[in-house]
Design a protein around this ligand. Structure first.
Ligand code: SF4
Ligand code: SF4
Length: 404
């Protein structure tokens, strides 16, 4: 697409990057067919091609309006359009650049700012979330349904003594995950024990919530903190950095893009991203350890957008579960977002709800006993309304410890 950037961004690193992405788009519209918001709302400007066009106009100097911001806000950055695009357009990176410009030029209402600040204040500090959950859980019967359903059920965590292993892997605790679904990393620890690996926890936020709620500077600060902590442990001998929440993993995988114009962080971000491992990468070569454990139980796998469209590990997880003896039920429209998308369920509740309803109908159409997924946000979002238990897929490899 022919592009003439405005003076404020022409020749800058972000401008050059955005221009290259815009030029790659041939405006064919294939991507609209797999865009969840276009499918729901039917408006070209709520699809990838329309959003690309909006961003192009802003970068060419047109003043964005609240309507521009609304169309960009309605995108959960699921990246289904990237998977579909035959020209390799890096939509998510363009959206990051475009949103930062729009964020500076279109002031948000005080209640939108308060909501986004509240999301960052609560969800990126595990002790705050733990405290609020402890206060609210006993009041669940008195709370409005829309709040009560968001309170995750308390998980039973069986602590096991760590065994000494020469091979050590770093594991991200995660902000929400460490409080709401601690059995996920506990399952990973047991899985890695079987593979002869010990684990070391890495605390701290990956920066995704701040990054996606219009606080990119705060997000960058959190990313630098995590990069530093991971690098220190890698230099001390840890082999790799394992992340069980695909949303956090996708964010960390994007660090090299985010810091590419910021030496020396560019190299440091590259080192951390290179050490990143999805659990499936470690388990797949030794999947015979879990052969038959599924005993033919029917499960539906919900591949989070971050796992399938950003990290591209969804097929590997499904293969592991099938080889472990689970029967994977068919899931129509598996490419569509469930509506969780980080803080999206809190900032765009109506669209999020519609996406969840559609996703749950697809997931349960094959009558599964469980729904398995790979991201804490999707897990909690689906579990609030699902008629069957929802878990992280790693729990299916250690079912005696957490599943009913
Ligand atoms: S992003 Fe890709 S699929 Fe969508 S209009 Fe542009 S070239 Fe076509
Ligand atoms: S990221 Fe997802 S919701 Fe956003 S434009 Fe692309 S396909 Fe549509």
């Amino acid at each position: 697409m022919e592009t003439h950037l405005a003076d404020f961004i022409r020749g800058t690193p972000e401008g050059n990057e955005a221009e290259a992405i815009l030029r790659a788009c041939v405006h064919c519209g294939f991507c609209t067919a797999t865009c969840p918001t276009y499918q729901l709302l039917g408006d070209e400007l709520d699809g990838p091609r329309g959003r690309i066009y909006l961003i192009k106009r802003v970068l060419e100097g047109e003043t964005p309006t609240a309507i521009t911001a609304q169309h960009l806000d309605r995108c959960p950055t699921c990246r289904a359009c990237e998977t579909t695009c035959p020209s390799g357009v890096r939509y998510a990176r363009l959206a990051d650049i475009g949103r930062a410009v729009v964020e500076r030029q279109v002031p948000r209402s005080w209640h939108a700012r308060l909501r986004r600040t509240g999301i960052r204040w609560l969800f990126t500090h595990p002790w705050r979330l733990r405290f609020i959950l402890a206060l609210l859980r006993p009041l669940r019967p008195l709370l409005p349904v829309r709040i009560a359903e968001k309170l995750p059920a308390r998980q039973r965590l069986l602590l096991q003594p760590a065994l000494p292993h020469p091979r050590q892997l770093l594991v991200l605790e995660g902000c929400v995950q460490s409080v709401a679904t601690p059995v996920t990393n506990a399952a990973l620890t047991r899985v890695l024990e079987r593979l002869g690996c010990g684990t070391q926890s890495i605390a701290g936020c990956c920066g995704a919530l701040a990054w996606h709620t219009g606080a990119q500077d705060q997000g960058r600060a959190r990313m630098r903190g995590l990069i530093t902590r991971v690098e220190d442990r890698l230099q001390a001998g840890a082999e790799a950095f394992v992340v069980t929440a695909s949303g956090c993993a996708a964010m960390i995988g994007d660090y090299p893009d985010i810091f590419r114009h910021e030496p020396p962080w560019a190299e440091r971000a590259q080192r951390v991203a290179a050490a990143l491992r999805d659990p499936s990468e470690l388990i797949a070569p030794a999947v015979e350890h879990w052969a038959g454990i599924g005993a033919g139980k029917r499960i539906a796998f919900h591949a989070p957008c971050t796992l399938q469209h950003a990290l591209h590990h969804a097929a590997a997880v499904e293969t592991i579960l099938a080889r472990a003896g689970y029967l994977l039920t068919p899931v129509p429209e598996a490419h569509l977002c469930c509506g969780s998308a980080g803080s999206y369920s809190l900032t765009q509740p109506e669209i999020s709800e519609a996406l969840r309803t559609r996703k749950l109908a697809a997931l349960t159409s094959g009558a599964p006993m469980f729904i398995a997924t790979a991201n804490v946000g999707c897990e909690l979002h689906l579990a609030a309304r699902a008629a069957v238990p929802v878990c992280h897929w790693l729990e299916l490899l250690e079912p005696a410890n957490s599943l009913p």
